[in-house]
Design a protein around this ligand. Structure first.
Ligand code: SF4
Length: 52
C-alpha cells in the first residue's frame, strides 16, 4: 500500500526516517517501522518517508 521497496529512493532510506526503529540485534541491521509491519531494511524506502 505504501509501496515499500528494499532499496533507497532518490537518496532517501529508512535509516533517515522518523518512523524507523533500528535493529536491537547486533548481527542484523534489519529494523522495524512504526508505520509498516515486518522486518524493514535501513536501506529501504516507502511513501510514508519523513526525514528525521
Ligand atoms: S515509514 Fe517507510 S521510509 Fe520510513 S522507516 Fe517506515 S518503511 Fe522506511
Amino acid at each position: 500500500m505504501l509501496h515499500y521497496q528494499d532499496s533507497p529512493k532518490d537518496g532517501k532510506s529508512c535509516s533517515e526516517c522518523t518512523s524507523f526503529r533500528p535493529s536491537t540485534t547486533p548481527d542484523s541491521d534489519t529494523g522495524t517501522c512504526k508505520v509498516l509491519e515486518g522486518p524493514i531494511s535501513p536501506h529501504g524506502w516507502c511513501m510514508a518517508f519523513s526525514r528525521r
